[in-house]
Design a protein. Structure first.
Length: 163
């Protein structure tokens, strides 16, 4: 039974390597424990570029990558997200900053927690908005609040490597 559990993916938490995602315009690194999932979103405002789910059954994390299809800046997206979440009783915005990563990319960063009404589960979110070659991107790293340290670690890897 233990062998089956290890072979099913729990062993992936020992994988400390990173992978690189690129859509041909921008790229970033992320921990090797993530698997690509297909969940298409393509509407008038955004297009999902990639969606990743960690293979660790007990410490789930998600990475959502999208392109914005409207004429809005990363700062405006950040401010809109902060405003919407500050006005919800189920959200707490912990910080909202503008930072430049080691590759010279200016990144609008939001760190927040959200409580979902359906089940009362609290989640931790790190959201990045940035512009490369006239394309505005968003990357969200999120998962259960109990896993916030790993979520923050994943978000830091992504932030440091966006180019």
């Amino acid at each position: 039974m233990i062998f089956v559990i290890l072979a099913s993916g729990c062993i992936s938490s020992f994988n400390t390597g990173t992978r690189t995602f690129s859509d041909g315009v921008m790229s970033f690194d992320y921990p090797g424990i993530f698997n690509t999932e297909t969940q298409e979103i393509n509407n008038s405002k955004i297009q999902r570029v990639a969606y990743f789910v960690s293979g660790d059954l007990f410490n789930k994390q998600y990475i959502n990558v999208f392109k914005n299809k409207t004429d809005i800046s990363p700062v405006e997206l950040r401010d809109e997200t902060v405003s919407k979440n500050r006005n919800l009783s189920t959200s707490e915005v912990l910080s909202s900053t503008t930072e430049t990563n080691p590759n010279g990319i200016v990144v609008e960063t939001i760190r927040m927690t959200i409580v979902y009404n359906e089940n009362g589960e609290k989640t931790s979110h790190n959201v990045f908005y940035f512009k490369i070659n006239d394309t505005v991107y968003g990357i969200g790293v999120y998962g259960p609040y109990s896993n916030r340290e790993k979520i923050t670690s994943t978000a830091n890897i992504i932030f440091q490597s966006i180019k």
